[in-house]
Design a protein around this ligand. Sequence first.
Ligand code: PLP
Ligand code: COI
Length: 340
Amino acid sequence: MSANLDWGSLGFGYIKTPYRYVSNFKDGKWDDGCLTEDDKIVMSECAGVLQYAQTVFEGLKAYTTVDGRIVTFRPDLNAERMFESAERLEMPPFPKERFLEAVDKVVAANKDYVPPYGSGATLYLRPYMFGSSEVIGVKPAKDYQFRLFATPVGPYFKGGAKPITIRVSDYDRAAPKGTGHIKAGLNYAMSLHAIVDAHENGFDENMYLDPATRTYVEETGGANFIFVTKDKKIVTPKSDSILPSITRRSLCCVAEKYLGLTVEHRPVKFSEIKDFAECGLCGTAAVISPVGKIYDHGKEICLPAGMDKMGEVTKQLYDTLTGIQMGRLEAPEGWIREIK
Ligand code: PLP
Ligand code: COI
């Protein structure tokens, strides 16, 4: 029976669900792993994650489709990205097949918390792993824990499809050869001051520029950019220091294959933005959130799509992507994994 939640009014917050998955890496191998009702973690005060932030994570969602199935969207790509994130932080990668098994198990065990079709909410899944054994000299931990929990969520930005206002940040998100391309907790810790400051000043998010030259667009704290030109071409920034968003890669494919649009994935100069027709933030949490205004040190760039509603092409992309996720449209081979 569906949990008794007011699905339509959920924000993007944590609500404890009954089951999560845990597996431990000890003596050089991952154990069998299991579901547990225990949401607490007990570890050494000197654990690698606590001292040197040795932790990586993922984010994906489970959806109820129009015909009542429960599905996840391209979880294999999350498994792959988490594998690569772990390698970059000298952690033993969690096997990709095991990752998929953990996703299936947690969603099935918490199926009453998968929001109903049409409610506007989804079940957000948060896989993560961290160094759990003692580390005091700077080095990788010996032992690790992988966990995956689920929490029902609504829109990431209040107002859902309403265009947001962002500002160009004076802070950098990631160094040119740093960790911007992986999903490490440390990338988010360093963005906290910038996001609190942005909110205090009335902005919804920060636009980070490339740290080396500050002339190219990178991404925001939690999403990639997608731009639409006045002649309806899709342009997405290319950089080695941004997270390779699964949503962005999927949208580029949707734009070409479903909407017949041309897609350019290339470095995007900040100075080009004033010529674009639409701008959106894309990610698992953000889906596609339209950007109406970009504030740059006293100057405002107002996207022609305006502040009232999503631009025309952004809306087409949004409808097609969510149509695929919710089973209204046929998905490309391998994009949808049904939970039995
Ligand atoms: N960029 C950053 C920094 C993110 O945290 C996220 C969220 O996962 C994204 C982009 C979007 O990636 P995805 O579409 O895979 O969720
Ligand atoms: C996601 O979209 O899954 C993320 O991890 C972004 C985070 C800022 C919530």
